[in-house]
Design a protein around this ligand. Structure first.
Ligand SMILES: [Zn+2]
Length: 261
């Protein structure tokens, strides 16, 4: 049997209508001052940079060799201020740093772009510190809040943002482990009545997916988990709870196995 190779998860967001709208708005000069972009954590870096490349370009088209486009290096751009990292939200000190920097005149472009990664996972003080910037950014400053789950973004920040979803359609959806709290909630709901054997089958397909993408450690965890729920004859509720505990909550598996069962 020939198994289809998983498609790379990249590229898909930039083929959506939502992205086309982003490009058009930037081109027309009507891109909002504060935008929350909904996109999986591992794609936030490339989406933020792609947006900043258009926003910072003199012609708003990006990659046209203008003075601003020529200033991009591997490290970024002098007028791109970023805080946090994809999958790692910024702390309040980092937020304060970019807020301060955003008040200065741009270096080469006619404006600046502030990117906040994992903005939906910030602690309350960090999120609060960005309210003023979101409400009244200095002239020429655009704020991009990168989020996986817009529902988790501080409501006062969300209400100040134009929210755009850049979904990443994946052909292998269903064969890959859920990643966002939303995906987990849906997965748990879908599987609340699944038998242990079918849960084991799911774990097995997740394990092969992780192995194919080179994460053998994760694949091994999934395989061990599958063996335990099958060998220990757990009830389906216990099996489901254990899967969520280990994979979603990050409970260390060796301990859960020794201590609980
Ligand atoms: Zn340019």
């Amino acid at each position: 049997m020939n198994r289809a190779e998983p498609r790379p998860r990249t590229a898909s967001w930039s083929e959506t209508e939502a992205w086309e709208r982003v490009v058009n708005l930037i081109c027309e000069g009507s891109f909002p001052h504060c935008c929350a972009m909904v996109i999986p954590g591992d794609l936030q870096g490339e989406a933020a940079v792609a947006t900043a490349k258009l926003l910072l370009c003199e012609s708003r088209r990006g990659g046209d060799g203008c003075g601003s486009c020529a200033s991009w290096t591997e490290q970024g751009h002098p007028d791109l201020l970023a805080c946090g990292e994809p999958m790692k939200p910024p702390a309040i000190a980092e937020c304060r740093g970019v807020i301060q920097a955003a008040a200065y005149r741009p270096v080469v472009s006619d404006g600046r772009v502030v990117v906040v990664y994992s903005a939906d996972r910030m602690l309350l003080p960090a999120a609060n510190s960005l309210l003023k910037l979101a409400e009244e950014p200095p002239d020429g400053v655009r704020l991009l809040l990168m989020v996986e789950d817009e529902e988790l973004l501080l409501p006062t920040l969300r209400s100040r943002s134009w929210v755009i979803s850049l979904p990443s359609h994946r052909e292998d959806e269903g064969l890959t482990p859920p990643r966002t709290p939303h995906e987990w909630a849906r997965w748990i709901e879908d599987n609340s009545a699944s038998e242990v054997d079918s849960l084991a089958g799911i774990l097995s397909s997740w394990a092969s997916w992780e192995a194919r993408r080179g994460d053998f450690e994760r694949a091994a965890v999934l395989e061990r988990l599958r063996l335990v729920i099958q060998a220990k004859r757990l009830s389906r509720t216990m099996a489901l709870d254990l899967i969520v505990l280990v994979l979603k909550e990050g409970f260390v598996f060796e301990h859960s196995f020794g201590d609980l069962w």
